[in-house]
Design a protein around this ligand. Structure first.
Ligand code: HEM
Length: 495
């Protein structure tokens, strides 16, 4: 009796679910978003998941281009991460978002990101000596925490030489001593993470930093995943990695605190030492949990984006002899001014790397390390003749904006000359936005420039790179552009 009741109940539930799913599908798809409320046109996709799968797993070109052609060139509606979302693409949208950020729009993060970085959690309290610069609300999104590190995100001149010598010895020990075929993507990630751990936390044991790369990779993969937390999902793996990283960082921070206490108040220059010293002196208290979160966010933001640029730059340098020759001539000229004279590299050298930076910009134009950013409408507003209602989520498609054929003719062609010239090229404002724009523009852009250019400077002066699989596929699922085989290159040491 009870078995048959169960069966009837299960069948009824299934039937109800199918009815709900199909009716919602037809309701959403047939009643597209362009209705009496004057919303931008678009489709809400499947019930509950909307178009999240397509958004995360199709290439941005396919997802966004296809819909901008079908619905509207500047803005269209979709449903991703379980929220109705207006997708803005193009210079007009970029200008609108940059100029109205924090007026009509506020930052928003997908549920996966909020959960992994514990953005919904109240701030750890009590705070014995609250600093006036610390925002008081109970929830404090991660990147705001990161901006408190902004003094460290434009490294002072004296650090430039340190970055250079770190890079030189890293390349020497990892490339000269090891193998001649290297997978550039994992290698670049190891480099950027080891450097970031050294610079922000004073972690000198490179092997210890290296061991964190896999966990940071798992965490980064989960940032734009579906927040389904059960074994086997990307989000579950990311949550586990985040917990392990918090533990590892906590142990390291405690070790450092003990060392500093027994070191008669001598404080090193890295950000972590400064935060711990603030606590020890009572000058500026940062709860230990917040120090862990700051380090976790900073290391995540700093390692993968710079590594992506380095990887795809090496691809172009290795594949295009014309680009290689121009970069080599610029870099060897700078190298020759330092060799023998013991001159240390400084910002002035970095600013002389104009062609190399043009190659970096063209790389970021074609493969945006950060594919886009989210916002939420604080109030109803109008854009491109459509109404964006209060509460609607907005996705700012950085990657597609950078490929607008109106400003970048033949947009798929790799051509660094687009960024050569007096002010780094003649494209109009808001048409090239790899670092975003407006009040939330990337605070790590100077740091990223320094890391990327220092790496390329030291690499091309020592090695010629031969890309082994020029037609290697580039995957772009979960908003992370990745060479399918890690970009193996053969290194030929230069005499
Ligand atoms: C080539 C490398 C990088 C690219 C292309 C990049 C791109 C971006 C973009 C597009 C944004 C804006 C997000 C938004 O509008 O919501 C952003 C924000 C941010 N980035 Fe980067 N980034 C890079 C490297 C870095 C590095 C190395 C760090 C740290 C060391 C960093 C730290 C940050 C922070 C803290 C924010 C948030 C700023 C705020 O909300 O006030 N980024 N980045």
């Amino acid at each position: 009796m009870s078995i048959s009741m169960d069966l009837i109940f299960q069948s009824l539930s299934l039937l109800l679910f199918i009815l709900f799913a199909t009716s919602t599908y037809f309701l959403f798809n047939h009643k597209n978003y362009s209705n009496s409320k004057n919303l931008p046109p678009g489709s809400a996709g499947w019930p509950i998941i909307g178009e999240t799968i397509e958004f995360l797993y199709e290439t941005p070109e396919n997802f966004i281009n296809h819909r901008t052609k079908k619905y509207s060139s500047q803005v269209f509606m979709t449903n991703i991460f379980r929220r109705p979302t207006a997708i803005f693409s193009g210079p007009a949208g970029s200008k609108f978002i940059s100029s109205n950020d924090q007026k009509l729009l506020k930052v928003w993060y997908p549920p996966s990101q909020r959960s992994l970085f514990q953005m919904n959690r109240p701030n750890p309290t009590p705070t014995p000596t609250p600093s006036p610069s610390q925002p008081s609300p109970a929830t404090q999104p991660q990147p705001k925490t990161l901006t408190s590190a902004s003094g460290f995100l434009r490294p002072e001149a004296r650090y430039v030489a340190k970055f250079d010598s770190f890079t030189k010895s890293f390349l020497r020990s990892y490339l000269e001593a090891k193998q001649e075929v290297v997978e550039v993507y994992p290698f670049a990630k190891t480099f950027t993470l080891t450097l970031a751990c050294n610079y922000f936390m004073g972690l000198e044991d490179s092997e210890r930093a290296e061991n964190l790369v896999g966990k940071f990779d798992d965490l980064a993969m989960g940032i734009h995943s579906m927040d389904l937390n059960f074994p086997g999902t990307i989000f579950h793996r990311a949550s586990k990695a985040a917990a392990e990283l918090r533990k590892e960082l906590g142990i390291f921070i405690e070790e450092k605190r003990v060392k500093m206490s027994s070191n008669n108040g001598v404080v090193k220059e890295d950000l972590l030492s400064q935060l711990i010293a603030g606590n020890q002196s009572g000058r500026k208290f940062t709860p230990p949990e917040k120090i862990v979160e700051t380090m976790l966010g900073l290391l995540t933001a700093s390692y993968s984006s710079a590594a992506t640029v380095i990887t795809f730059m090496v691809k172009h340098i290795g594949e295009r002899p014309d680009i290689y020759q121009k970069i080599l001539s610029e870099q060897s000229e700078i190298w020759s001014t330092r060799e023998g004279s013991d001159e240390e590299i400084g910002w002035e050298h970095i600013y002389r790397m104009k062609y190399t930076w043009a190659v970096a910009c063209e790389t970021m134009r074609l493969v945006a390390p950060l594919q886009g950013a989210f916002r939420e409408a604080i109030t109803d507003f109008t854009f491109a003749g459509f109404t964006i209602p209060k509460g609607c989520k907005i996705y700012w498609a950085v990657n597609m904006t950078n490929k607008n054929p109106e400003y970048f003719p033949d947009p798929k062609r790799f051509d660094p000359s687009r960024f050569e010239g007096e002010h780094g090229g003649s494209h109009p404002p808001y048409s090239f936005i790899p670092f975003g724009g407006g009040p939330r523009m990337c605070t790590g852009r100077d740091y990223a420039r320094l890391v990327i250019l220092t790496f390329i400077h030291n690499l091309v002066n020592k090695f010629k790179c031969q890309v082994l699989y020029p037609s290697e596929k580039i995957l772009s699922s979960l908003m992370m552009p990745t060479p399918a085989q890690g970009l193996p290159v053969r290194l030929h040491p230069l005499p």
